[in-house]
Design a protein around this ligand. Structure first.
Ligand SMILES: *Cc1c(COP(=O)(O)O)cnc(C)c1O
Length: 379
């Protein structure tokens, strides 16, 4: 089955009693045993739940993995994935990763003895140079947030294999519809399903996808032990959202392309960061490694914070809010919002300035989105 068909069908059929067309929600915290040795595959919802299992089967198929665990947030998924490592281990990560991931890696896991080095992964020599005898992992996020830098996944996983590192990719920004890191050698994929997979801004969730038995079992163990699994209701919503992932991603990127082209030509705009623009430094790489350019883009206004603020508070359709990947368009200010948890120094090092605005283009008509930005820029 092809991607869109799998989105609609894989894992969904869980009702042998009434043959319902959609997966039932099983809110039960516990499940009866037939006898002292036998249950029907589920005993307690922290450990497993039929509705959550339906979602996990679905996402594993879309990412090209064999196992998936659905978690209560994206950060919970990342927490579970980092538990593939232990105290004394070291992980090399990109320098312009999601702000919350940066906080976890810079502040929380080091206190538990797992250390991270942040490097510009476009420079493969810097990646190689950061690898130490105790390095066990390579953390990849592409395109990056918020500047949409792309790194070559296949080149990075080749380095990882050469040094026996577990490679983990955060695939939130493109979703498996537009990029499947496992096809480029990645061992583990994580998502914030809050974003494109659910797609309707009404759930926070995450998932960890694996392809080898050993890591899959470890992630399942950790998610159960730490209690990171998502609720049956949330699993049901994400599964419902995923059914339209293909058509939604097409609409998101149609809107983003129109907005990027408009902004590129606008005299009040200094720079546009969108891999779909031929002027983007990683346009060719994105074309090769991705099946599309996605719905996210950022731009720098001419001027400074005041000029950025005018746009950020002047739009009528684009809502001033964090998060991304929902059907409604959002815009936000990395400096004080999504990336406030990075130090000023780290933001500047990553290229985030006072003029940078991030857009999540929804599935509204592209012309309405362009008109909205035009009036905000020209007000
Ligand atoms: C939002 C996001 C996360 C964190 O997910 P939550 O669901 O908010 O916990 C991680 N990585 C990326 C790239 C994100 O956009």
């Amino acid at each position: 089955m092809r991607f869109e068909t799998r989105s609609v069908h894989v894992g969904v059929d869980k009702d042998s009693a009434y043959l319902s067309a959609t997966t039932p929600i099983y809110p039960s915290s516990t499940f009866r045993w037939d006898d002292l040795e036998t249950n029907r595959g589920f005993d307690y919802t922290r450990s497993g739940n039929p509705t959550r299992a339906a979602l996990e089967e679905n996402i594993a198929s879309l990412e090209g993995g064999t196992q998936c665990r659905a978690t209560c947030t994206g950060m919970a998924a990342i927490t579970a994935a980092v538990h593939l490592f232990k105290a004394g281990d070291h992980v090399v990560a990109g320098h312009d990763i999601y702000g919350g991931t940066y906080r976890l890696f810079a502040d929380v896991f080091p206190q538990l003895g797992i250390d991270f080095t942040f490097v510009n992964q476009q420079n493969l020599d810097d990646v190689r140079a950061a690898i130490r005898p105790n390095t066990k992992g390579l953390w990849i996020e592409t395109p990056s947030n918020p500047l949409l830098n792309c790194v070559e996944i296949a080149a990075l996983t080749e380095i990882a294999r050469g040094s026996n590192l577990t490679s983990i990719a955060d695939n939130t920004f493109l979703s498996p519809c537009l990029q499947r890191p496992m096809e480029h050698g990645v061992d583990v994929v994580v998502h914030s399903t809050t974003k494109y997979l659910n797609g309707h801004s009404d759930v926070v969730g995450g998932c960890v996808v694996t392809k080898d038995e050993e890591r899959g079992e470890r992630i399942a163990y950790v998610v159960n032990a730490l209690g990171l699994g998502c609720s049956p209701f949330d699993a049901w919503l994400v599964l419902r959202g995923i059914k339209t992932l293909g058509p939604r991603m097409e609409a998101h990127q149609r809107a983003a392309a129109a907005v990027a082209n408009f902004l590129w030509e606008h005299p009040a705009v200094e720079h546009v960061y969108y891999p779909g623009l031929p002027t983007h430094p990683h346009h060719e790489l994105a074309k090769k490694q991705q099946d599309g350019f996605g719905g996210m883009l950022s731009f720098d206004v001419k001027g400074g914070r005041a000029e950025a603020e005018k746009v950020l508070t002047g739009t009528k359709l684009f809502q001033l809010a964090e998060s991304l990947g929902g059907v409604e368009s959002l815009l936000e200010y990395p400096e004080t919002m999504s990336h406030a948890s990075m130090t000023l120094e780290a933001r500047r090092e990553a290229g985030i300035t006072e003029k940078t605005i991030r857009l999540s283009c929804g599935i509204e008509h592209p012309d309405d989105l362009v008109e909205d930005l035009k009036q905000a820029l020209e007000a």
